[in-house]
Design a protein around this ligand. Structure first.
Ligand code: MN
Length: 225
């Protein structure tokens, strides 16, 4: 087919134990999925069903990259998150079948322009420019397999521990997240779901390196330059 310009290549992630890559379609994110983080942001974690926002697929940053400190912010924050990679599409997925749709898991960092997010919240405006900016989704190599990681999740900035929690602290477990999301949109192979962050979010400064670690998974590392 003729195009008026060359179509961009699909972003993709490495897969552990394979030379084949995982082509990325959409990046969905869950808001406030750990009670202590919901509280630190001023919300009551008991009263909210899961809600979603998204980042463009081409906001993907592979682990180890150096990315420019983003424009129009003075408060870039890290959010350490478990990422679920969808391998089989579907809509209206039942929670008890949801894990059948999982290709694998990765560590991720939902980079956030916190000052723009606060302004958007105050004005009741969308979060897109606070969340879906260029280079905003740092994601490590995918470990294939539907078996859920169940250990610790940590975020280390400049060598200092900033976030630490158990994945079992999630309010909505992965199966429920997939079920809820699949009622809103049809999931397709290549979709990624960032499953929310625990307490301890905070700034990353220019020149700092931020590492998200999840037991059993490859880290998601980024340096802001
Ligand atoms: Mn997040």
């Amino acid at each position: 087919m003729d195009h008026v310009f060359p179509p961009p290549e699909r972003p993709s992630l490495p897969v552990e134990g394979s030379t084949a890559r995982f082509p990325v379609r959409r990046i969905y994110c869950v808001g406030r999925n750990y009670a202590d983080h919901a509280r630190e942001m001023g919300h009551d974690p008991d009263r909210e069903p899961p809600f979603f926002f998204s980042k463009p697929g081409d906001a993907l940053v592979p682990s180890g990259a150096r990315v420019p400190y983003p424009p129009q912010t003075a408060d870039l924050h890290h959010e350490a998150e478990l990422v679920v990679a969808i391998g089989t599409g579907g809509a209206d997925i039942a929670p008890e079948r949801a894990l059948d749709h999982v290709f694998g898991h990765a560590a991720g960092n939902d980079l956030t322009r916190r000052d723009l997010q606060a302004a958007a919240k105050a004005a009741r405006r969308p979060w897109d420019m606070a969340k879906g900016f260029d280079h905003s989704a740092v994601i490590g190599a995918i470990r294939p397999g539907a078996g859920l990681p169940d250990g610790a999740i940590r975020c280390v900035v400049g060598g200092a521990l900033r976030q630490e929690a158990r994945l079992s602290d999630m309010i909505w477990p992965v199966a429920d997240i997939i079920a809820h999301l699949s009622r809103l949109v049809r999931l397709e192979p290549g979709d990624l779901v960032m499953t929310g962050t625990p307490a301890g979010v905070g700034p990353i400064l220019r020149g700092e390196t931020c590492v998200v670690e999840i037991d059993g998974l490859a880290p998601a590392t980024v340096t802001l330059v």
